[in-house]
Design a protein around this ligand. Structure first.
Ligand SMILES: NC(=O)c1ccc[n+]([C@@H]2O[C@H](COP(=O)([O-])OP(=O)(O)OC[C@H]3O[C@@H](n4cnc5c(N)ncnc54)[C@H](OP(=O)(O)O)[C@@H]3O)[C@@H](O)[C@H]2O)c1
Length: 288
């Protein structure tokens, strides 16, 4: 992954995953996007140039995302769609059902990426859910697979299972809350060693850090907004940021991050290796 970080980015930049498929380096998140407006805002994201939508069973908006994909006029293969196994569906059987429900509700022929949403339910449940993902991948329903909110201990458990169980699969993507105030350097290092593509959720910290002096300074220097500074930081780190907005002007603002580059010192000024300040839930620390 680290070696993949390009020196120049544009809205069509992609990374190659362990699965061999490619993933767009900018995503559009739809957590808390009401189903009733999800199709229209996702269509606005497509018009703006996003080609990657991050949904989940628990967001209850997979179907309007799929409707937007169909209504966009874009080719299916030019759009990247993600869903996730709900934390309450963590077993082999339940995860299989979750995957089946995604297909029956969306009418999609395949899903680009299916993640385990969180490492809940205990070891057997986690490994069972992984087996269900691998089987769906072998059937061609899902192209790439991965995990979200896994701590290093969960990742090691999964790696051991992949190596020894015969079930196999590769961890193509990991998704975590990552931003300057939650850099998760241990998880990032683990993932980079294995070429796991790192997705960053809450990349703009839900607006909670907008008044940080360092963001004000950088926003002024580059003539960009605090949100664009954070998203550019994420891109330059080699992550796949997943900003969410239901506001058309913000959807556009969050994609207008390709006409400037943070210099090395400014990237360093956003380095807080000791900070550990989640703004969302944090299942990485769970020990069940
Ligand atoms: N795997 C997981 O457990 C997990 C957890 C959380 C999130 N995620 C994924 O990551 C995505 C992003 O995370 P998130 O939605 O929690 O947080 P976020 O993207 O950091 O922040 C979203 C919030 O910021 C506002 N916003 C967006 N752009 C803005 C801008 N340019 N200026 C000012 N405010 C702006 C949005 O408001 P409006 O919408 O009102 O414009 C919304 O309230 C989610 O949608 C989801 O796909 C995954």
């Amino acid at each position: 992954m680290a070696s993949q970080i390009p020196s120049k980015f544009d809205i069509n930049t992609t990374y190659t995953m362990n699965s061999g498929y490619r993933i767009p380096a900018l995503g559009y998140g739809v957590y808390q996007t009401p189903a009733a407006e999800c199709e229209s805002v996702t269509l606005h994201a497509f018009k703006t140039g996003y080609r990657h939508v991050d949904s989940a069973r628990v967001y209850r908006n997979e179907q309007p995302c799929a409707d937007a994909i169909r209504a966009s006029g874009l080719k299916r293969e030019d759009i990247f769609f993600t869903s996730k196994v709900p934390p309450k569906s963590m077993s082999y059987e339940a995860a299989k059902k979750s995957i089946e429900s995604t297909f029956s509700q969306t009418g999609l022929e395949y899903v680009d990426l299916y993640l385990i949403h969180a490492p809940h339910g205990g070891k057997e449940a986690r490994l069972g859910a992984w087996k269900a993902l691998v089987e769906a991948q072998k059937e061609g329903k899902i192209r790439s697979i991965g995990v979200s909110n896994y701590g290093v201990h969960h990742l090691n458990e999964l790696e051991e299972y992949i190596k020894t169980s015969g079930v196999g699969g590769t961890i193509d993507v990991g998704q975590w809350e990552i931003h300057p105030w939650l850099p998760r350097n241990d998880i990032v290092e683990w993932s980079r060693k294995r070429k796991v593509v790192i997705e960053a959720y809450c990349p703009i910290v839900r607006g909670e850090r907008k008044d940080e002096p360092v963001l004000k300074k950088l926003a002024e220097k580059y003539g960009k907004t605090w949100s664009q500074i954070l998203l550019r930081w994420s891109l330059q780190k080699g992550y796949v940021p997943l900003p969410k907005s239901v506001t058309p002007s913000r959807i556009e603002e969050n994609a207008a991050i390709y006409d400037f580059k943070l210099d090395e010192d400014d990237m360093k000024s956003l380095d807080f290796p000791e900070s550990y300040a989640p703004c969302s839930w944090d299942p990485t620390v769970s020990n069940d």
